[in-house]
Design a protein around this ligand. Structure first.
Ligand code: HEC
Length: 116
């Protein structure tokens, strides 16, 4: 009986671990598609800001040190509340989870750039 209980909790433990491993992957996928639909207009697919709209508004180069040196909290704040009336606030449109995923995505844009 005791053995059964132990193996049972081990199984649910594995399930939790599996979910934890899988969750970020799904969040990342979501972030990529959200970025495409909401951010690329201004920031460009590579985050450079080299789009018509991006150049007009002077959208930040998301790969730059200026942006990457900000903490996750600061980035979250900008994405949630906007900046200088040019960077839109997404807090009403996106869930905190999705914004969290976008920050991870923004970080990944920078590392992609560095390996070039
Ligand atoms: C309408 C154009 C536009 C869209 C769409 C847009 N941004 Fe921006 N974003 C800007 C501009 C312009 C700035 C620069 C603001 C400034 O520094 O004055 C900026 C700045 C930023 C910064 C840097 C902030 C800082 O403090 O340097 C981040 C991070 C960012 N945007 C993320 C995003 C994300 C994520 C999305 C999609 C959810 C997004 N942006 C969509 C225009 C846009």
């Amino acid at each position: 009986m005791k053995r059964l209980l132990v193996s049972g909790s081990r199984a649910s433990c594995l399930l939790i671990i599996a979910l934890l491993i899988m969750a970020p992957v799904r969040a990342q996928d979501d972030a990529a598609s959200i970025f495409k639909s909401k951010c690329v207009v201004c920031h460009g697919a590579d985050g450079s800001g080299n789009t018509k709209m991006g150049m007009q508004l002077k959208a930040a180069d998301l790969r730059s040190d200026d942006v990457q040196k900000l903490t996750d909290e600061q980035l979250t704040d900008v994405v949630t509340n906007g900046k200088n009336g040019k960077m839109p606030a997404w807090g009403e449109i996106l869930k905190p989870e999705q914004i969290k995923g976008l920050i991870v995505y923004v970080r990944s844009l920078a590392s992609k750039n560095k390996t070039k």
